[in-house]
Ligand binder design. Structure first.
Ligand code: H79
Length: 473
């Protein structure tokens, strides 16, 4: 016995020693917040769960086609794919006339779809600004439209209760001072000016649009920015001082050692992880449960901006997208679904249809999404569990129907399944059969399961008789 205790103690000391070594690296410009943030703004962000991403810029005009040729790569990269000269690309600004732009209609479509927040590209890699910026002429003021479309956008979305966030690309193909790396004094001087420009624009954005809830940085992977760890650290602080509650993604920063998203000690920077781009974690991954994160997703394979030809890749169906949303929720993540409005300001019919169908599903089932997170129950093949801490209910969203016709549930021994009912018929109970101390079958009666559907579970702790409280932890 003594020997056993000694081994345990020695193992603990070894593990503790290794952990201490892990955080030995000196990091001055890493995380400083203390995560996960528990303030009201962050809790709201977390409860929102479902957002709309909007990519809109000059790339929407050619829509992936240049001089009659279709370029299948992401339409917002057409300038590079078709090797278009900067001056030619930049002159698209004179065609940015947007007769169909109707921000109130956009906001109504988003509201109907069930999103709680929106993230719009204020400036993408091409450098064109959707707002009238004091710091460049390459902006909305110099288009035929002239007006501040971003103000109209913020007003319309805010009016229907959707939180507005700004996407901002630090990478800037238009700006003469942009550098991919810093290899000379001249590069250093230019990039200093670029940094000042970036700071000016961001302060301008949070000042002009005080409604903004968060900033979503992109184009931050090049060496020039990776070598600017102190600057981005101070910039995040400055912006948060100006707008308390502001939420910033992990993609903004690298620490002084060039480590991105997570600092050199493995600690997340910014407020949530934004590395899940067009991909999701493994559905049984438990590591992601420990932090806030967001997955951003395109409807076709890889088109963020408007591309005229969607036949060149798989276009995800509303059901596939709903499954992604539910999976994100079940793993403590948010789901940001991208839309690429057209060059004339309209929303394409395919996107309207996606929004409508997701919205119809959300109208019935959103209780399993908003304010929900992981349930800490063993994942089963029929779909995903989500859990609402406030009402103690567990939701099971079924995507795969077992040929057995019954749905298996496994609980910790300490808990028991008291009731199961369809979200659409909460007064009626479904038949439950306990098949072992931990396992149950729910045997549904005449479920219309052409669409994914939700069963609400009431799980209680045998000892306290209370609702499920994070059963496995
Ligand atoms: O705005 C959308 C895209 O236009 C933009 N991000 C989304 C939200 C985007 N820009 N570039 N990319 C996506 C793909 C670029 C990937 C790479 Fe890299 C940059 C490959 C190499 C450098 C990032 C850093 C991924 C690997 C290393």
């Amino acid at each position: 016995m003594k020997k056993y205790i000694l081994i345990v103690v020695l193992s603990i000391l070894t593990i503790a020693g290794a952990m201490a070594q892990d955080i030995k690296k000196d990091v001055e410009y890493g995380q400083y917040n203390g995560l996960p943030r528990q303030d009201q703004a962050m809790q709201k962000w977390r409860e929102n769960r479902f957002g709309q991403f909007i990519h809109w810029g000059l790339y929407a005009i050619p829509g992936g086609i240049w001089e009659g040729k279709t370029y299948p790569y992401a339409s917002e990269f057409l300038r590079g794919s078709a090797k278009i000269a900067t001056s030619t690309w930049d002159s698209l600004i004179y065609q940015f006339d947007i007769p169909k732009y109707n921000p109130k209609e956009w906001a109504a479509i988003a509201k109907n779809m069930g999103v709680k927040y929106v993230t719009i590209t204020t400036k993408h890699h091409e450098g064109f600004c959707l707002w009238p910026s004091e710091y460049t002429d390459f902006d909305i003021e110099n288009t035929p439209y002239k007006k501040d479309l971003l103000r109209e956008f913020v007003d319309a979305y805010t009016a229907v209760g959707i939180d507005v966030n700004f996407y901002y690309s630090v990478l800037d193909w238009h700006h003469p001072d942009w550098r991919y790396d810093i290899k000379s004094d001249e590069d250093r001087a230019a990039f200093e000016r670029l940094k000042q420009f970036t700071k000016n624009q961001l302060v301008e954005l949070v000042t002009r649009y005080p409604e903004v809830k968060g900033l979503w940085f992109d184009g931050t992977w090049d060496n020039s920015w990776k070598k600017s760890g102190q600057f981005s650290y101070e910039l995040e602080k400055l912006l948060k001082n100006k707008r308390p509650g502001l939420i910033v993604n992990s993609r903004m920063r690298a620490d002084e050692h060039g480590s991105r998203h997570f600092d050199s000690n493995g600690i997340l920077m910014g407020d949530y992880e934004s590395g899940y781009e067009r991909r999701l974690p493994n559905p049984t991954d438990k590591e992601v449960l420990t932090r806030d994160w967001e997955c951003c997703m395109t409807i076709p394979e890889n088109q963020w901006g408007y591309h005229k030809d969607w036949s060149i890749s798989h276009v995800k169906s509303p059901l596939e997208l709903i499954e992604m949303l539910v999976q994100c929720t079940s793993q403590n993540g948010n789901f940001l679904l991208n839309f690429g409005p057209m060059g004339n300001g309209d929303i394409r019919p395919e996107e309207r249809e996606v929004a409508k169908e997701i919205g119809e599903w959300m109208k019935v089932n959103s209780e399993a999404i908003y304010g929900c997170g992981p349930a800490d129950l063993e994942k089963q093949d029929w779909g995903y569990y989500t859990y609402n801490e406030k009402n103690g209910k567990v939701y099971m969203t079924v995507f795969n129907n077992p040929v057995l016709g019954k749905y298996k549930i496994r609980l910790p021994k300490s808990h028991t399944l008291k009731k199961a009912s369809l979200i659409t018929k909460q007064v009626e109970s479904l038949e439950i059969k306990q098949i072992s101390p931990t396992d149950y079958f729910i045997i549904p009666d005449k479920i219309n399961n052409k669409k994914p559907f939700v069963i609400i579970l009431e799980i209680v702790d045998r000892a306290s008789g209370k609702f499920h409280q994070k059963a496995l932890t």
